[in-house]
Design a protein around this ligand. Sequence first.
Ligand SMILES: [Zn+2]
Length: 224
Amino acid sequence: MANYHPSDELLMSFSAGQMPDALGIIVACHMEDCAHCQQRAALYDRLGGEILMNTEDVPVAPQLLDNLLCKLELPEPSAANETQLNSEASAASEIKLIQNLPKPLRRFVNKEFGQLPWSGMTSSLKEFQLPFSGNGYTAKFYKISAGKELPVHTHRGNEYTLVLDGSFSDKAGEYHQGDFILADTQIIHQPKAANDADCICFAVTDAPLKMTGFFGRMLNPFLK
Ligand SMILES: [Zn+2]
């Protein structure tokens, strides 16, 4: 059971379907195993429904629905489409159950963590780019080697982190699988992986990290 959860504000915008892909996916990954947040999101779903029910009807032009339907272009089913759909379905069925990989990530990641093509600037910190960055948000996996500490850094924006495997700590706490942590411009920290295992995190940032220590400042130009 996670000890760190998304804020109410995040869960409300998740319920309202107002999140960019990367943020929606990381929140969904946390919620998969968090009954606490599932209940909170269900409450916000109901609240949203109540608000809609209590909203006064707004009169619209009688031809509005017809106009809208005319604008929807429904493609004719074609052999090419069917082939594509079939191959997508078989690819989906081939996706293996990867240990500690939340369901919302399974269509994007089809290898065990150890087999991913990690890249990185240092021997103790590796990264793997996820294919759904966009709208100003970057989505990556980070791997911190067991017992290693990252350079001290702060953030130019928000960094949302979900622990997938192993654990890490900073001066504010210790974070285990399923924990969801927000680091913002106020936080200067130095995450350290536990000694017994590499720590793998799913991180979504809306601005690059900003290193503050001497080595960190040297690395800043490489952080895009
Ligand atoms: Zn939660």
